[in-house]
Write a new protein. Structure first.
Length: 392
């Protein structure tokens, strides 16, 4: 075991760095006087092994046309096998400039205008636009909240699958924090197989499953499931590299892969970002210990948050996350409208969170808070939250 300890308590000044999280507070919250804990962007510094890999390549004075060599693919393949037990072949991997672009490319490549696509809200809001912006139709398979834990509505899904072409899955699920279990995913896959429904599985949070939970790669369930699945994957959430615009779509089915690649090439975006490749390769080669320590730190932040709010604000229900560093907060017991809730959080608590309503049906009365920051920031945010709500 490595003796190197990473410092997640370090506070880093980010204002003035073109950071969406910090430098767009005025646009998003109509004030800069909020602690930003919204967009899924960590406040932990990028580890040295990634920064040094970028710096080393940047020292070469030419940044011309580039390609991904074998070492890039070997790093990704090794990571997926080591961390998730998924054996991926090199030719399954296609570059994409981010998971959200990948979702849109997949919709264009594998569905036609008017086709129906299933999503499972409350869910990451770009799922909605990936369907609607391309003249496809949404089928809403809303998650069910039972005893503080979300589950899929399989009865409704069975009916919807009869008329759907595709299902977009969030695995693990953002924002509700579910790490879907093998049996749950198999039941979903069986429905899709029986009805010839493709599955677009967004697994960008796959490395952020909190122990003792374990991530189940959907495509790893069986060869049959792999044959109908496109898996979006990236180092960007795990290592906070979203600014480098690099991700991958992994497609075992040759025909589906060729369709996706045709769309990718038609848009002339298959080349990618030189420094994104360097960062991804370094992350997946050297990042195991860093991620293990990250998960331990985030878990402590989550445990502190749940305990603190249970004692100080018992009316506020915290949905226990099994994955991600985002926590889903249920404010419905306070009887506030979504606008009133947002205004209270911004102007009374001084907090910038994500409105639950932006995640679609089932999100009203909820807020999403980002706990991937130093513990002192978490404590400050919770103190502000309590002061604003204890009198309500």
């Amino acid at each position: 075991m490595s003796s190197l300890q990473y410092d997640f308590n370090k506070q880093i000044h980010r204002i003035g760095t073109s950071s969406i999280k910090y430098d767009r507070r005025k646009e998003v919250f109509n004030t800069e006087d909020v602690l930003p804990m919204w967009v899924a962007d960590m406040d932990f510094e990028t580890p040295d092994f990634i920064r040094f890999a970028i710096i080393e390549r940047a020292m070469h004075p030419i940044y011309g046309y580039t390609f991904r060599d074998d070492s890039y693919y070997e790093a990704m393949i090794g990571w997926l096998h080591r961390r998730h037990g998924w054996q991926v072949q090199k030719d399954w991997i296609l570059y994409t400039p981010g998971v959200v672009p990948a979702l849109n490319i997949a919709v264009l490549a594998h569905t036609d205008p008017g086709d129906k696509i299933i999503i499972q809200p409350p869910v990451y809001f770009p799922f909605f636009t990936a369907v609607e912006n391309h003249d496809r139709s949404l089928l809403i398979n809303q998650l069910l909240l039972e005893d503080g834990r979300y589950r899929m509505n399989y009865n409704e899904l069975e009916q919807q699958a009869k008329e759907a072409r595709m299902l977009i899955l969030c695995n693990p699920h953002n924002p509700v924090g579910r790490s879907w279990e093998k049996e749950e995913l198999q039941q979903l896959a069986d429905i899709c197989l029986a009805n010839d429904v493709l599955i677009l599985s967004d697994e960008i949070h796959n490395d952020l499953v909190l122990p003792p939970n374990q991530h189940q790669v959907l495509a790893a369930l069986s060869d049959e499931v792999a044959g109908i699945t496109l898996t979006a994957h990236a180092a960007s959430k795990t290592f906070n590299l979203a600014g480098l615009a690099s991700s991958a779509m992994i497609i075992p089915n040759t025909s589906l892969r060729q369709q996706f690649e045709k769309q990718l090439k038609a848009m002339h975006i298959e080349m990618g970002n030189l420094f994104g490749f360097q960062a991804t390769q370094a992350a997946f080669t050297h990042g195991d210990e860093w991620v293990d320590q990250l998960l331990d730190y985030v878990q402590k932040n989550i445990e502190f948050t749940i305990k603190f709010l249970k004692e100080k604000l018992p009316k506020l229900r915290v949905i226990q996350p099994e994955a991600t560093y985002m926590v889903w907060l249920d404010f419905n017991a306070y009887g506030l409208t979504d606008d009133e809730l947002a205004e209270t959080l911004i102007h009374q608590a001084g907090l910038g969170l994500n409105r639950g309503s932006m995640f679609g049906p089932g999100g009203s009365g909820f807020m999403r808070i980002n706990l991937a920051c130093p513990m002192k920031i978490v404590q400050k945010a919770l103190d502000q939250l309590v002061r604003a709500f204890e009198a309500i």
